[in-house]
Ligand binder design. Sequence first.
Ligand code: DAH
Length: 347
Amino acid sequence: MKQQLEQIKLQTLSDIRDAADIPALEAVRVRVLGKKGALTAILKQMGTLSAEERPIMGQIANAVRAELDEALEVRKAQLQAAALEARLAAESIDVTIPCRRSPLGHQHPMNRVLDEAKEIFIGMGYQVVDGPEVETAAYNFTRLNIEEGHPSRDRSDTFYFTDDDSILLRTQTSPMQIRVMENTRPPIRIVAPGRVYRKDEGDATHSPMFHQIEGLVVDEGITMGDLKGALEVLVKRLYGENAVIRFRPHHFPFTEPSCEVDMQCFKCRGTGEVGGQVCPTCHGEGWIELLGGGMVHPDVLANCGIDPEIYSGFAFGIGVERMAMGRLRINDMRPIFDNDIRFLSQF
Ligand code: DAH
């Protein structure tokens, strides 16, 4: 029995050394120390020994068992360390490999021009306010003096949500005048930039969705001269001191008197022709309409609880895309909406 034990010990120690991984090592352990293992079988035979032999053999068997247990532990630790080592090597990342750069985007050129305009107005003491794109007909039309039956209310011009034509996508930022005036007392000095919607076919200077900047100033003694002054500051800051604009009389139901302001076409420099052809940007006009404006109609002030005997005001609505076309020297509005990176990355 002693020999048997010695042999099991030597064989098992050699097997443990040879075990290449944890499962192989576990198999060795089960083969020797498991329930049906070789050493376990011998321990079971202890009962058949004489009373003198039993303690001696028991001691030897226990020593073999302890030695094997320890050898198993040591080998297991070695194998685990090796496995970890291998995994770390396999998963290592070479941080020195140059990365694939993804190109960085930037602000849309139209928004950049819009921000420039906002900064110019902020510099003149205006506050920037925001309002809903889904409007009521009351704010978009009625309270701005635009009566029932006015062509701009037509279903062919305006996107309505309801059969009774009471809720719509705002066609202009002018309803912001009402929203501000019914909640604020003069002095008022605001600009309200935002999207507006019209059922326009898109062409070089039209789009069914575009942006406006509404402006409104109400105080005692405000005149048309103040409107002109504010707009001249804007245009000269945006386009440079030599920019040419003109004021034309016009009609809007919510201003009296009213005007439109054009900038000289930057494409044909006001001649209406490019290379003997009609200028595609201004359609031969030589001018591009930039905004509408005027003195706030006394009825509109009164509608909002502001006494027109005491206060007067001017208002304007600028087409942001057209303003941006002049600033960026692009002769067609459509690429502003196309999101073509070849266009956008030029700015
Ligand atoms: N809302 C007008 C439009 O979209 C532009 C406009 C004209 C705005 C006169 C104004 C204004 O504030 O006073 O055509």
